[in-house]
Ligand binder design. Structure first.
Ligand SMILES: Cc1ncc(COP(=O)(O)O)c(C=O)c1O
Length: 418
C-alpha cells in the first residue's frame, strides 16, 4: 500500500534520534542538549499571578485570548519594533497561541486551504532546509507540497532565499516559513531580507510566516530585525499595512517558560480572523490564569535581559572551548550551536556512547535533496545551550574531546580525498 501523509508523520526528529541511539548506553552521566528547552527558571511572579487568578479556572478560554493578553502583546510589539500607534491593533491583528508550535501548524493548514483553489495541483509550502519539523508536518497534513529551500550554511547566510525562486514557483506558494533567528542554524535575516520576503509574498499572493520565537536571545545590544520592521519600510499606515504577514512569537524561550504554552500570532486581520476560526474548532486554548501571567511576562523586560546575558555567557564558554574547531561559528542569535562534523549521525552516536551528550543530528532536521538521500544537514549537529554554566562547560569539554577524535570537518575533507 502506498505511504500516506499520516505515515510520513513518523519521520519526527526525536523519534528518529531515539531509534538511532537505541541500545547504546551513555558513556558518562547524561547531559541532554538535543531539545531546545530552556532549563532556567521563569520569574517567580509567573506562579504568583497564576495563583491569584485561580478563580478563572472555571472559565472556558476564548480561542482568541483575553483582551488584556492581546493588548499586552500589541503593546510589546509596538515597543519592540517602534511602530506607530494602531499599526498593530490588539483586537484585529493579534491572537493568542497555545505556544507557537500549534499556531505554526494551523497557519500552514489554513494557508493551503486558501491557496488550493487558485493553483493547479498541490500548493507549495516553503520550508528552510534544515528546519523546525512542525513546518513539515503542516505541509503533510495540509496536503501541500513541501518545498525545502537550502539554509544550512554560510553560502545561504544560514537562511532560505525564497524571493530568488522562479516566479512560477512563488505563484504556487501558499506559505513560506522564515525562522529568524533560525532554529537550528542561528542565522538572522537582516532588514533588507525581510523586506524582500514580504514584497515577494505580496507579489505572488502567499503568506510570509515569520517565526521569531528566538528574537529576544541575541548577542550584543542590537535586537534582530523582525517582520514588523519590514512593515515599517513598506509603509505602516492604512489597512493593508500587515497584508500577507503573520508573525509568531512565544514566551517559551524569552521567558524560559515552555511549559506555560503561551504565545501569539500577529498580522493581517483577515488571516488572524480565520486562524481564530480554525483554533475554535481544533486548537488548544490557553487557560485564563496562564494568560494573565503571560500578559505580565510580555510587559516585563528585566527578566529577559537577565536571560540574554546568561545565554551570551554560555556562548562565551563555547567560543573558549570549541572556538578553534574547524568551521566553528558563534551564531548571531538563538541558543543553538550548529557545529560542522564529518557525519551528523555518527557524531550523535559517538557523543552519546563516549560522553553521554545527547545532540540532534542535522540530518534529522533536514529533507533529502538527491536520490541518494543526502541532506544539507548531514554535516552538522545541533546542540542546545540551555543548562547552567557549569553543566555547559562540562558538556562542551566532552564534545570537544569526542569531535577532535576524528569527527571534525577537516577529517571529512581528508576522508573524501582518500
Ligand atoms: C523554531 C521554533 N518555532 C517554534 C517553536 C515552538 O515553541 P512554542 O510552541 O513553545 O512557542 C520552537 C520550539 O522549539 C522552535 O524551535
Amino acid at each position: 500500500m502506498a505511504e500516506s501523509a499520516a505515515d510520513k508523520l513518523y519521520d519526527y526528529p526525536y523519534r528518529r534520534l531515539a531509534a538511532l541511539l537505541k541500545g547504546i548506553e551513555p558513556g558518562e552521566s547524561p547531559i541532554l542538549t538535543h531539545v531546545g528547552e530552556p532549563q532556567g527558571a521563569p520569574p517567580a511572579f509567573l506562579s504568583e499571578i497564576v495563583f491569584k487568578n485561580a478563580h478563572l479556572w472555571s472559565k472556558y478560554p476564548d480561542p482568541k485570548g483575553t483582551p488584556e493578553y492581546r493588548q499586552a502583546v500589541a503593546d510589546w510589539i509596538a515597543r519592540r519594533y517602534d511602530l506607530a500607534p494602531g499599526t498593530v491593533d490588539a483586537d484585529k491583528h493579534v491572537t493568542t497561541a497555545c505556544g507557537t508550535r500549534e499556531a505554526l501548524f494551523q497557519a500552514g493548514i489554513l494557508a493551503a486551504a486558501i491557496k488550493r483553489p487558485q493553483v493547479d495541483g498541490k500548493p507549495l509550502m516553503g520550508l528552510p532546509n534544515p528546519a523546525y519539523h512542525v513546518y513539515y508536518g503542516a505541509a503533510l497534513m495540509g496536503e501541500a507540497e513541501p518545498l525545502p529551500v537550502p539554509a544550512a550554511d554560510a553560502s545561504t547566510n544560514y537562511l532560505p532565499d525564497y524571493p530568488s525562486l522562479p516566479a512560477e514557483v512563488l505563484d504556487r506558494m501558499a506559505i513560506a516559513y522564515l525562522c529568524t533567528p533560525s532554529n537550528p542554524t542561528g542565522g538572522v535575516a537582516d532588514l533588507q531580507t525581510l523586506v524582500r520576503n514580504l514584497e515577494a509574498a505580496r507579489r505572488h499572493g502567499y503568506i510570509l510566516a515569520v517565526d521569531e520565537c528566538y528574537s529576544e536571545i541575541f548577542n550584543g545590544d542590537t535586537p534582530p530585525a523582525g517582520g514588523f520592521d519590514a512593515v515599517k519600510v513598506l509603509g505602516e499606515a492604512g489597512d493593508g499595512a500587515l497584508d500577507n504577514l503573520l508573525v509568531f512569537n512565544s514566551l517559551s524561550k524569552r521567558s524560559s517558560a515552555p511549559g506555560l504554552r503561551c504565545g501569539f500570532v500577529a498580522g493581517q486581520a483577515s488571516l488572524i480572523e480565520k486562524l481564530v476560526m480554525i483554533r475554535g474548532y481544533g486548537g488548544a486554548q490557553v487557560p485564563e490564569p496562564l494568560m494573565a501571567a503571560g500578559a505580565a511576562l510580555w510587559r516585563d523586560e528585566e527578566h529577559v535581559a537577565t536571560n540574554r546575558a546568561l545565554y551570551s555567557g554560555l556562548f562565551d564558554l563555547s567560543d573558549e572551548i570549541l572556538g578553534d574547531l574547524p568551521g566553528y561559528h558563534r551564531p548571531e542569535a538563538g541558543f543553538f550551536l550548529w557545529l560542522p562534523v564529518s557525519d551528523s549521525e555518527e557524531a550523535a552516536k559517538r557523543l552519546w556512547a563516549e560522553a553521554g551528550v545527547k545532540v540532534l543530528p542535522g540530518r534529522m532536521m533536514s529533507r533529502p535533496t538527491d536520490a541518494q538521500g543526502h541532506t544539507p544537514g548531514d554535516g552538522f549537529i545541533r546542540i542546545a545551550l540551555v543548562h547552567d554554566p557549569e553543566t555547559v562547560k562540562v558538556m562542551l569539554g566532552r564534545v570537544r574531546r569526542v569531535l577532535m577524535d576524528g569527527l571534525t570537518v577537516t577529517d571529512r575533507t581528508v576522508r573524501k580525498e582518500a
